[in-house]
Design a binder for this molecule. Structure first.
Ligand SMILES: Cc1cc2nc3c(=O)[nH]c(=O)nc-3n(C[C@H](O)[C@H](O)[C@H](O)COP(=O)(O)OP(=O)(O)OC[C@H]3O[C@@H](n4cnc5c(N)ncnc54)[C@H](O)[C@@H]3O)c2cc1C
Length: 189
């Protein structure tokens, strides 16, 4: 890592996507920081259904079996209307995980957060609200504020967003177009 930067990557947002990305980057041996404005994990569920492709991604982090053990597997779906059964679906043969896993999102986040802690202890910093991003050709400076109002600045080679609303509203601007996450990750040696 060049001496003028603090981190290879700063990920803004420690929801499931930011935590997953953090684990992937840590597995590549990168020095990273995940900034999350909430001081504690969310206690309410949002997503409940994890579909086969997402289970495959969790398995790449060694988390699929733990997730499956905690959830309920839904192997078949039936749609019923006033006139009876309208359609049925099943997932046989499409994936090593031929079901939708019903698991509250906070549990999925808990597994990802624990894995990130194993791979890169201290990489997740909670209670840090990103306020500003400034990019130069060589690095970006990410400015955040903690709950006590103290401002922190981190210099990074790359940063990534998991916050489409903030980008769309123009509050935050990307260093580079993050359209393709695969292309983005491929740029990181
Ligand atoms: C009611 C409901 C039901 C859903 N059901 C399903 C389902 O069954 N299956 C499914 O796959 N998906 C479902 N979803 C969608 C799923 O919840 C989202 O796709 C998922 O939460 C997106 O994850 P994320 O990490 O991209 O964003 P988020 O979960 O929104 O995480 C973004 C994080 O960024 C943090 N943040 C925001 N601004 C800043 C800042 N300036 N500085 C630092 N941190 C910041 C936020 O606190 C948050 O923790 C559902 C969503 C809802 C609302």
């Amino acid at each position: 890592m060049p001496p003028e930067v603090d981190f290879d990557v700063v990920v803004v947002g420690g929801g499931p996507v930011g935590l997953f990305l953090g684990c992937c980057l840590a597995l590549r041996g990168l020095r990273l920081l995940v900034l999350e404005k909430q001081e504690a994990p969310r206690q309410h569920s949002r997503a409940i259904g994890i579909h086969p492709p997402a289970l495959k991604l969790l398995s790449a982090l060694g988390l699929a079996e733990q997730a499956i053990a905690r959830g309920v597997t839904v192997k078949r779906g039936v749609v019923r209307g006033e006139r009876g059964v309208l359609g049925e679906l099943e997932f046989t043969g499409i994936s090593p995980y031929p079901f939708v896993l019903a698991l509250p999102q906070q549990e999925t986040e808990g597994l990802l957060e624990a894995r990130l802690h194993e791979l890169a202890p201290g990489a997740l910093q909670r209670g840090q609200q990103v306020m500003h991003l400034e990019s130069s050709a060589a690095w970006a400076t990410v400015t955040c504020q903690d709950a006590g109002g103290t401002v922190h600045r981190h210099r990074t080679r790359y940063y990534d967003f998991t916050l489409p609303d903030e980008i769309a509203s123009g509050q935050l601007r990307p260093l580079r177009d993050p359209d393709s996450s695969e292309a983005f990750l491929a740029q990181i040696p």
